[in-house]
Design a protein around this ligand. Structure first.
Ligand code: HEC
Length: 98
């Protein structure tokens, strides 16, 4: 039973990694964004909306600029530095405009 569960989860992980562009559920990395940007990424408490606001390419560029301290911000520089290129691709596929 336990082995079957592990095999199933491994299969899901492979499926998720193979098709970020068609993801139906948020990537794990997105969970850390929603407490500030609103549960749907719609913006909240003066924090800008991020869901379908920028194209995927623009979103990725924005995150990289934050990470490199080339885009001013209070908190996003530190946050953006915490994600790998793979994470950013998944986040862009989820939040970016198709
Ligand atoms: C602690 C709260 C907080 C968290 C967590 C957070 N953000 Fe932000 N985000 C902000 C704030 C505040 C801004 C405005 C820029 C700044 O002050 O850093 C912002 C700006 C942005 C912008 C630019 C929006 C625009 O239109 O200029 C993007 C894109 C973004 N965040 C994406 C994300 C993603 C993706 C995550 C999760 C990986 C995330 N944020 C997590 C608070 C947060």
């Amino acid at each position: 039973m336990r082995i079957r569960t592990v095999a199933l989860l491994a299969g899901l992980a492979v499926a998720a990694a193979a098709s970020p562009a068609t993801a139906q559920v948020p990537p794990v990395a997105a969970n850390g964004c929603l407490m500030c940007h609103g549960v749907q990424g719609q913006g909240a408490n003066g924090i800008p909306a991020i869901m379908r606001v920028q194209s995927r390419a623009e979103f990725t560029t924005t995150m990289k600029l934050f990470a490199e301290n080339k885009k001013p911000g209070t908190i996003m520089g530190r946050i953006a530095r915490g994600y790998t290129d793979e994470d950013l691709a998944e986040l862009a596929a989820w939040f970016g405009k198709p």
